[in-house]
Write a protein that binds this ligand. Sequence first.
Ligand code: IDP
Ligand code: MG
Length: 149
Amino acid sequence: MERTFIAVKPDGVQRGLCGEIMKRFEHRGFKLVAAKFVQASEDHMKKHYLDLKDKPFYAGLCKYMSAGPIFAMVWEGQNMVKLGRMMLGETNPADSKPGTIRGDLCVNIGRNIVHGSDTLENAKMEVDLWFKAEEFVTYTSCEQAWLYE
Ligand code: IDP
Ligand code: MG
């Protein structure tokens, strides 16, 4: 089992899309293991997006991501990181296929409503950056036995 960090960005929250985005992960069969509704600081977002620090859009990105509340989640499942990214679609919504979250719900690369970890290594780092150990809930999903053989 893998874990990934998924977050509804401030534009997704303001547009009332938390439920829709969460629903897609629930319906796919993934298990929610941590979640919180937070206002992130610009400093926190600078850490989160450190690998993009040399990009021209870095400052604007960190500002946008701290401009309103974020719905932060950790989801668990088989191939979670890869499948989470596939569900999101491409970074640019214009390249995202219908059926993906970005392909269905947004149009602009700078307002692409949702974040998802891109590799298992980054997923671990992001989960640690956003959540403390005591924020995880341990439970058995009643779906588990019917989702996996
Ligand atoms: P990802 O979110 O699909 O992993 P990254 O390349 O990691 O994409 O970029 C992080 C975020 O930075 C994107 O989701 C988007 O919000 C923003 N971003 C990426 N490229 C651009 C751009 O060319 N202009 C404005 N914002 C961008
Ligand atoms: Mg990324």
